[in-house]
Design a protein around this ligand. Sequence first.
Ligand SMILES: Nc1ncnc2c1ncn2[C@@H]1O[C@H](COP(=O)(O)OP(=O)(O)OP(=O)(O)O)[C@@H](O)[C@H]1O
Ligand SMILES: [Mg+2]
Length: 243
Amino acid sequence: MSNNGSNKNRIANCEPVLRIRNLRKTYMQGKIPVHALDDVSFDVKKGEFLSIVGPSGSGKSTLLSMIGLLDRPTGGSVFIDDVEITRAKESEAPRIRREKIGFVFQHFNLLSTLNAMENVDIAMRFTGVSKNKRKERAFELLIQVGLGDRVKHKPSELSGGQQQRVAIARALANEPAILLADEPTGAVDTKTREVIVELLKGLSEKGQTIIVVTHDMDVARQTDRIITMRDGAIASDTWSEMK
Ligand SMILES: Nc1ncnc2c1ncn2[C@@H]1O[C@H](COP(=O)(O)OP(=O)(O)OP(=O)(O)O)[C@@H](O)[C@H]1O
Ligand SMILES: [Mg+2]
């Protein structure tokens, strides 16, 4: 079992890997502006396991898409490893996403015609890594998530929890600075949820920075820190006491 106190102390000495400053995102719904993010600022240190909670519509997914460079803010900045990604040219965005960010989604988003190995391998295409090295790394990652005996299985031949573990292996393939997960346990049962959370905890203890958006307080309580969003702003930011 992890010990929250020691993780917190370990993290306290680390540099911030993510800095968010005065982030704003305004959508126009017809003529009415919707302030999905309204002056959000915080830092995340290397190895932190952070959860973002809050009511539906409070801006959680919008925040993740700004950090993951899937969309651009109306104002403010996001720095990853001291690079201001929000200033990157559109032509640079795919490379930054590939190198800095690993994405995990609620519905896994694996390619159905590819097996587990190929789903992980494909994340490393276009990175200059040789085919043999990619295969080796994909196998190592699948072993790391506990699926060394399922490498040839296609998504339809895997359980929801196993598919999510393949998706986590794929997200880790390029050693991202940050793993972003939007409701990673939203589509799995309670027992599988615990397997996924334990896996993420283990990764964070090895230094992987992880940000999860979740509606599930049982998940949030197992992370190092909980940021609660309300109406596009941070309502509270607390270190988890359960740890
Ligand atoms: N592409 C868009 N165009 C217009 N409005 C949007 C768009 N995306 C999000 N919004 C609005 O921004 C606000 C924040 O949405 P967001 O998806 O970030 O919420 P959330 O906290 O992730 O909610 P949920 O828990 O339901 O996933 C909402 O009011 C939403 O309607
Ligand atoms: Mg959302």
